[in-house]
Design a binder for this molecule. Structure first.
Ligand code: HEM
Length: 228
């Protein structure tokens, strides 16, 4: 039997946020489809706060959550893509170079959608909380981008899910790691980022201190928007 090695990868905030994004995008579509726009606006603000949390966590979260650990140079990304297509390609504990590129793209796409929603209106019943700060023409322009933006976001999500399926066919199941936070490799698999995702150290107290600071930063837009 081949020897297996287990690595800790995604911390719990990354995992909870990821599945919260999945549920929230579904609910945002559902509330829009049902015309339940009050809930849609509230869920949009929640999405905004969660994305802001993930962006800050990308600077001081645990090793594999940090942008500095999974944003690679264009050359590395290109070479990785080439090796993948030729059926070779090493394994990664954290995001691989292409997956790492997709993270800021998905986060910024959700951030853009949420921010545009704050200025949007249906011209009848509902206005985003920042609608009154801009003129009507600009608001209808932003609303139209917000509507189309959803389909762009769906396209990116589709690409993201296709990449997960591609890796599954290549014998690498990524989904269990996003649930359990652990990845298993056999001893003969070549791992490219072992040193890169090594824990930056720090105690559990420092982890929860950073978590609390991030939570406060992420909650502030909610507090500001709901006092307007
Ligand atoms: C609304 C839909 C989705 C959004 C917005 C989304 C967004 C993201 C983001 C931002 C990350 C990076 C995680 C991080 O570092 O914080 C990620 C990773 C990941 N997502 Fe999704 N995701 C979605 C749907 C899904 C679905 C349906 C699956 C399962 C099939 C999935 C499986 C994964 C996995 C396995 C990873 C880790 C990839 C890796 O190991 O590099 N995602 N996703």
């Amino acid at each position: 039997m081949t020897e297996q090695q287990t690595y800790r990868v995604w911390d719990w905030p990354v995992r909870v946020l990821h599945w919260a994004f999945v549920v929230l995008i579904g609910l945002l579509w559902w509330t829009y489809d049902q015309g339940d726009m009050d809930q849609h606006v509230l869920l949009g603000q929640l999405l905004l706060c969660l994305v802001i949390f993930r962006l800050f966590w990308g600077f001081w979260g645990s090793a594999s959550a940090r942008f500095s650990r999974f944003i690679y140079s264009p050359r590395v990304i290109f070479n990785y893509a080439k090796r993948q297509l030729s059926g070779k390609g090493e394994h990664y504990i954290g995001h691989n170079p292409l997956g790492g590129l997709m993270v800021p793209v998905l986060l910024l796409a959700m951030l853009g959608q949420a921010v545009l929603g704050l200025f949007s209106t249906d011209d009848i019943f509902i206005e985003g909380p920042l609608y009154s700060l801009i003129n009507r023409d600009l608001a209808s322009e932003l609303t139209s981008i917000h509507r189309q933006g959803f389909y762009w976001l769906l396209g990116l999500i589709g690409l993201h899910v296709l990449a997960i399926i591609w890796h599954r066919f290549k014998g690498e199941s990524l989904v269990p790691a996003m649930i359990t936070g652990r990845k298993r490799f056999s001893a003969d698999q070549k791992i490219a980022d072992e040193a890169r995702v090594k824990s930056p150290g720090g105690s559990i107290v420092s982890f929860y201190l950073r978590f609390l600071i991030t939570l406060c930063l992420a909650a502030s837009p909610w507090i500001i928007l709901n006092q307007l």
